[in-house]
Design a protein around this ligand. Structure first.
Ligand code: GAF
Length: 388
């Protein structure tokens, strides 16, 4: 059964009637451009086929009810809340994400009550953006119930910003706009090249199969959490560095100006700045290779990105480093952690014939290190969020 069908069946069971509609939003892989979004830099994500579906029905009492179907088929429900009363801090746990979206939409005048039933297959805590998928599915569902049609490209960007606001100001996770933009704006078969500073974006075709290559996702199963991890600390570090350098964001620092900038900064901030500046350049290099149809050439940039995230930005984890190392030893052309880090997933660019070898090399390394078995899947760029 698809996620949408699961959500519809559970909605009928719970509410005794079919939903008014179903909306779904995907998780993402970020090919490259990590921890650059909140520094006004470049990112290059693509949407996964994995998504969260929201079956939704209108209520006329201004209440929001949310239930989610677990992988075991069991329903979990949040305590119903009055949308008019929603305030940051008022809802905790996973319910804060849908409630936060309802809160952010209320400021836009969208405040009708709703019953939502969610079902999804985006792995949670795996750095594949299950939170943004949930936020974007809920945003589209509430907008759909309020009578808004399919959003155009500009409106999608606004919805992504709104979902980010829910996550920052209601949930309390200080994340950038990468994940929500990926979920809302990605197009099947493409990576999304986004310049966060200008808001300009370009869909860049990304078909690894043409070269008999694949992107293998390695979910290390080491859980991460943005609100509790060092994510906020890194973000504050880069903002402090920008202040000290007298620039609005680290995007203003060019690769040519990097040494001079680092020389004026306290020792702990220099490496953070170096990561951001070099990572922005790596995104540009990868985009240039993809535009030229040379997918196999991006491997070294993926490797350099991982080393920079591990050594300069210090957001990797032993599980991620082992996965990257083992994948490269088994023949991957490039590999890196993807997402915020501190656990979560890595990606590897592999020849399709090497899939078994790479998976078993990573698996054996985990056995040797007494780590739980990682999960693997091949990722192809899928469509962004929409009505099902
Ligand atoms: C997480 C955040 F949500 C994104 O905004 C981004 O900063 C990413 O980590 C790191 O690139 O996914």
């Amino acid at each position: 059964m698809t996620q949408a069908a699961t959500a519809v069946a559970a909605f009928r069971d719970l509410h005794g009637a079919p939903p008014a509609g179903v909306w779904a939003a995907p998780g993402r892989v970020n090919l490259i451009g990590e921890h650059t979004d909140y520094n006004d830099g470049f990112v290059l994500p693509f949407a996964l086929p994995h998504r969260i579906a929201a079956a939704a029905g209108r209520r006329d009492d201004g209440m929001l009810t949310v239930a989610t179907v677990g992988s075991d088929g069991k329903l979990q429900r949040i305590t119903p809340v009055a949308i008019a009363d929603l305030e940051p801090g008022g809802v905790s746990g996973w319910g804060a994400y849908p409630a936060g979206v309802a809160w952010a939409l209320r400021d836009e005048g969208v405040s009708g009550g709703a019953d939502l039933v969610l079902a999804g297959d985006v792995p949670t805590g795996a750095g594949l953006s299950s939170s943004a998928a949930l936020e974007c599915a809920v945003a589209l569902a509430l907008l759909g119930l309020a009578g808004y049609g399919e959003p155009d490209a500009a409106r999608r960007v606004e919805i992504a910003r709104l979902a980010q606001r829910a996550e920052n100001d209601f949930v309390g996770a200080p994340t950038g706009v990468l994940d929500q933009t990926a979920s809302m704006c990605c197009v099947e078969g493409n990576v999304l090249f986004l310049d966060v500073r200008s808001g300009e974006s370009e869909q860049v075709p990304f078909d690894t199969a043409e070269d008999d290559l694949r992107i293998l996702v390695i979910d290390t199963r080491a859980k991460h959490s943005h609100s509790e991890s060092g994510y906020g600390e890194r973000r504050r570090g880069t903002e402090r560095a920008a202040d000290l350098l007298g620039v609005k964001s680290l995007r203003e620092i060019t690769p040519e100006g990097l040494d001079a900038a680092m020389a004026t900064l306290p020792a702990e901030l220099g490496p953070l700045v170096r990561h951001v500046v070099t990572e922005n350049q790596r995104v540009l290099d990868v985009v240039a290779s993809l535009r030229a149809g040379r997918v196999a050439d991006i491997g070294p940039s993926l490797n350099a990105s991982h080393a920079s995230l591990r050594d300069d930005y210090r957001v990797s984890a032993v599980e991620l480093d082992l996965a990257v190392e083992a994948a490269l030893e088994a023949g991957a052309l490039g590999a890196r952690m993807t997402g915020g880090g501190f656990g979560g997933s890595a990606i590897a660019l592999i020849r399709s014939g090497d899939q078994q070898a790479v998976e078993s090399a990573v698996g054996s390394r985990y056995v040797r290190e007494h780590l739980p078995a990682p999960r693997f899947f091949l990722a192809v760029p899928a469509a962004g969020a929409g009505r099902v």
